[in-house]
Write a protein that binds this ligand. Structure first.
Ligand code: PLP
Length: 423
């Protein structure tokens, strides 16, 4: 069939294209070769509902053991009392948490989208689907952190059932201890959406939400945490987990995409072993890239505080063509990143925002360090500021990328014997 040939061809083209690009999308990453190998397995074809040992289907003897390993390792890595790896996406994990602690019509507090929230935290995402009355935490736009005093006032006034900190634009840690004080005053649960920074948390960088006052953490595990696409929930209070569990199943997930689980065991192990090194290098790289862009005339946010403490760099490009033009021009040069709303942009401008967001985690995994960040800044400068032909810049991008094709911070996949084939 013509369509099949086309799909095979398109998939191949995508694979080889993205392997020669400088990938800077802050929400993406690549699995290690061993995780990727285990992902392609028969678990993909199977069904499980419920918890290991208490399934509604037969045939899961081996899967149960794999899932228990993953749960145990996630608890260890995040020093949590419980972990549930069944949510198949971050948005569903967030919806499960919201559903466990708030009913339709209940007040709820989260950052606004221009202030860094993901759509799932917002009134037009999962919070709206759950019918919550959303109030916004207040961002200090200069500092790019939540304004603790103003947020406390919002919480005292709104008396929410649930506060959902964390977010998708996250340069600096949120003031969780202060939010927790206000949460305790009004009897609210403090949750943290760690989707973006999960790999940094695992590596001891950024902030540790459970130690700083958050009680429940929901996160996708494929952004800075380099696992397969999917999500998890963990936390400090087993009573909370009883409420969350039934929202996951039978609430929102029936089968939980089982082939994720062996790949997750590998990723969790690699993060336990190499996570500190990876996360530390990641933060060094984002700071180095921010500094190098700043020196080339880019309006990088938060120069006065070292630009960033995470894997992200945010640049105001309103003066050099706008977020859409810059992102599309860089794509023509095989530098892949996304346009992004800045805190002062109106939500209605999401198709024409003033900013771009850059994430260094994937290129860090391929072995890039501070020196390579300088090269990336120079390539971006050539396409965006010097207005060089993007195709010419792209040729240099592809040549540069050739030296960074092996994933670091992981086990050597050739050390393991596989006795199974993909059918
Ligand atoms: C990416 C993201 C999500 C959603 O994750 P999906 O797996 O894409 O559904 C939720 N919250 C935050 C903060 C995110 O960055």
């Amino acid at each position: 069939m013509e369509e099949v040939e086309k799909a095979v061809q398109l998939t191949g083209s995508h694979n080889s294209w993205r392997s020669t690009c400088i990938n800077l999308i802050a929400s993406e990453n690549v699995m290690s070769p061993l995780a990727w190998r285990l992902y392609n397995c028969d678990f993909e074809h199977r069904y499980a509902e419920g918890m290991p040992g208490k399934r509604f289907y037969q045939g899961l003897e081996y899967l149960d053991e794999v899932e228990l390993l993953a749960i145990d390792m996630a608890k260890r890595l995040f020093r949590a009392e419980y972990a549930d790896l069944r949510p198949v996406s971050g948005s569903l994990a967030i919806l499960a948490i919201l559903s466990a602690f708030a009913k339709p019509g209940d007040p709820y507090v989260a950052p606004s989208v221009p202030a860094g929230a993901h759509i799932s935290q917002a009134e037009f995402g999962a919070a709206g689907i759950r019918g919550l009355e959303t109030h916004h935490l207040v961002l200090d736009e200069k500092e790019m952190t939540l304004d603790a005093e103003k947020c406390k006032k919002v919480i005292r006034d709104a008396r929410p059932k649930l506060i959902n900190a964390g977010g998708t634009v996250l340069l600096f840690p949120h003031p969780l201890e202060e939010l927790r004080e206000a949460a305790d005053e009004v009897g609210s649960i403090l949750t943290y959406d760690a989707s973006h920074v999960l790999g940094l948390i695992a590596g001891g960088e950024f902030q540790d939400p459970l130690r700083e006052g958050a009680e429940v953490v929901g996160a996708s595990h494929h952004k800075t945490f380099p696992g397969p696409q999917g999500a998890l929930i963990f936390g400090s209070n087993p009573d909370h987990y009883r409420k969350i569990k039934s929202k996951i199943f039978p609430g929102l997930v029936s089968n939980h995409h089982l082939h994720r689980l062996p790949a997750l065991v590998v990723t969790l192990a690699e993060m336990l072993e190499f996570g500190r090194e990876y996360a530390a290098q990641g933060v060094k790289n984002s700071r180095a890239l921010a500094q190098a862009l700043y020196e080339r005339g880019f309006d990088v946010l938060c120069e006065h505080k070292g630009f960033t403490s995470s894997h992200q760099v945010i640049v105001d490009v309103a003066g050099v063509g706008g977020g859409t033009w810059v992102a599309e021009t860089l794509e023509k040069a095989d530098i892949i990143l996304n346009k992004n709303l800045l805190p002062w942009d109106d939500v209605s401008r999401s198709r024409e925002p003033s900013g771009i967001r850059i994430g260094i985690q994937e290129m860090t995994r391929f072995g890039m360090k501070e020196k390579e960040m300088e090269t990336i800044a120079e390539l971006i400068e050539r396409a965006v500021i010097k207005k060089e032909d993007p195709a010419a810049v792209g040729a240099d991008v592809r040549e540069f990328r050739q030296d960074y094709s092996r994933i670091k911070y992981c086990y050597d996949a050739t050390n393991f014997k596989y006795e199974f084939n993909v059918i």
